[in-house]
Design a binder for this molecule. Structure first.
Ligand SMILES: [Zn+2]
Length: 502
């Protein structure tokens, strides 16, 4: 009884840790101490009652396994990983738990040796079958032939894993084979399959750097060919989700740099009708951020441990400013010093505040675009152009005020009524009141102003005059990192409140 209670308690703690309810988002991570264990934990989650079939792939050789997800889906089988010459303890235990009738081994003896087959037999697997081929293209062709004949096929680049794995959930659900090709010449596997099955519809995954235009043109004769591409593997994964997988609320997220988690997770994603998005381990690509923002995605399953997808990626997804693009514009730069006073150069102080603001916005999930990050000088029209070109959501210009006399002091924030006037005014209000409070400066209020950068940006935009560089008390504050940090914090909180009450 005590043992049972302890078990229940452990389960409770496990679930408690795995689910992080953040507003309306559910955030789950399937981790493990290595990729073998990640695969095992995926299997445990998706196949609680065992499985008739298990697919086994080499943990280190993605080439053969790229098309295996479609097969796994057909047999409702988890994909587990092995060394070339031996099963890990975790994989062996999981196969024991699943009690499969059959294990399908992907790849030749060089990829998975007969020692592994013997170990499978030793734990009671009665049938071990191998799907092999003289190269990855033929393996993919052979896997395709295990699926029902299909007049639609997917063609992905065979020399990198990303595209083939991100299309896997979609391919699997529709029983479309994933065939592989190199960049410039259609592989034999593709040619054979499309002629043997009268293929009339082809989906090419990846840009022309992966599968060339020449191949696309050749395939186009008598067939409809669609290409889903993107600037990089991350954007390809976004475009697959957008263009093929409809309106999902649930997404799987895997590292775009290692294949194992995406491979073993792809089948669970397919079962749950969820696309796989790829990310860098420590930076969420902006294409993914914008997508998440636009979709108000509500549920994420992260594949792999912290080394594969770092915790800050979660913060990015669920941060209060997730996906919002903000332009931070530290005024002046280079030969344009801005105002000078009390030993300070305006261009230096506002750059420091701007960079601090950037850090805070980033942590909250915003996509920050700096008009300058060093002592350079973009022109005023270039600064406006940066905002428009990037499709930014808001623009914040940072300046220090100055007067011939030393007595004028305090903080003021400008907005302009030409574009997004109501929002600009509200943003100015939110920032102004926090700056005054944080800095203890005189409140000069918000004002309408005709400064170029706020007049011509078509999005909510403000120009902040943090304090007077020409006033000794104000300048004394602006000389310290403590007050620059306070200023950045105030602007940050103002932006945060602006979006909260939107
Ligand atoms: Zn200025």
């Amino acid at each position: 009884m005590v043992k049972k209670l302890f078990f229940l308690l452990c389960m409770f703690i496990f679930i408690g840790l795995a689910y992080d309810v953040h507003a309306q988002t559910i955030n789950e991570r399937i981790a493990g101490k290595d990729r073998f264990e990640v695969a095992v934990n995926i299997s445990k989650k998706g196949w609680t009652d065992g499985s008739d079939v298990v697919i086994l792939a080499n943990y280190n050789a993605f080439a053969d396994a790229l098309s295996a997800s479609t097969l796994a889906y057909k047999y409702n089988a988890p994909i587990l990983l092995t060394h070339g010459d031996r099963l890990t303890d975790s994989t062996r235990e999981e196969i024991r738990r699943l009690m499969p009738r059959e294990v399908i081994v992907i790849g030749g003896y060089a990829t998975i040796s007969s020692d592994v087959i013997n170990q499978l037999k030793q734990i009671g697997v009665s049938t071990v079958r191998r799907i092999d081929g003289k190269d990855r293209y033929e393996v993919a062709y052979n896997i395709a032939n295990e699926l029902p004949a299909s007049q639609t096929v997917i063609i992905a680049y065979g020399l990198a894993f990303a595209d083939a794995l991100t299309i896997a959930p979609y391919a699997a659900q529709n029983a479309y084979p994933i065939l592989l090709s190199n960049k410039d010449n259609i592989s034999n596997g593709v040619l054979r399959y499309i002629s043997e099955n009268n293929v009339n519809q082809i989906i090419i995954i990846g840009g022309e750097g992966s599968i060339s235009k020449k191949i696309e043109n050749e395939l186009q004769e008598n067939r409809s060919v669609t290409r889903i591409s993107g600037a990089d593997r991350y954007e390809v994964s976004v475009n697959i989700a957008k263009q093929l997988m409809g309106s999902n609320r649930k997404f799987f997220v895997a590292s775009g740099l290692t294949f194992a988690d995406a491979l073993t997770g792809s089948i669970l994603a397919a079962k749950e009708n969820a696309p796989i998005l790829l990310t860098r381990p420590n930076v969420l690509p902006s294409s993914i951020q914008s997508f998440i923002h636009q979709n108000s995605a509500s549920q994420f399953v992260i594949l792999g441990g912290n080394a594969s997808v770092q915790q800050n990626i979660f913060d990015k997804m669920f941060g209060p400013l997730a996906g919002i693009k903000i332009v931070v514009d530290p005024g002046h730069g280079k030969r344009d010093t801005g105002a000078i006073g009390n030993g300070l150069l305006e261009k230096e102080v506002v750059l420091d505040i701007g960079n601090r603001l950037k850090t805070k916005l980033n942590r909250a999930g915003a996509i920050v675009i700096m008009t300058r990050e060093d002592d350079s000088y973009p022109t005023l029209s270039e600064r406006v152009e940066i905002a428009h070109k990037n499709g930014a959501d808001a623009f914040v210009s940072i300046h220090l005020n100055s007067n011939e006399k030393s007595s004028p002091n305090g903080t003021e924030t400008y907005w302009n009524s030409r574009y997004a006037s109501e929002e600009s005014k509200r943003l100015a209000e939110e920032i102004q009141k926090r700056l005054v409070k944080n800095l203890g400066t005189k409140d000069r209020g918000i004002k309408q102003g005709n400064f170029y950068v706020i007049k011509y940006t078509k999005i909510p935009s403000v120009l902040v005059e943090v304090a007077f560089i020409s006033n000794p008390e104000d300048a004394k504050k602006m000389a310290t990192s403590t007050y620059r940090e306070k200023a950045a914090q105030a602007i940050f909180e103002g932006i945060l409140q602006f979006y909260k009450s939107e």
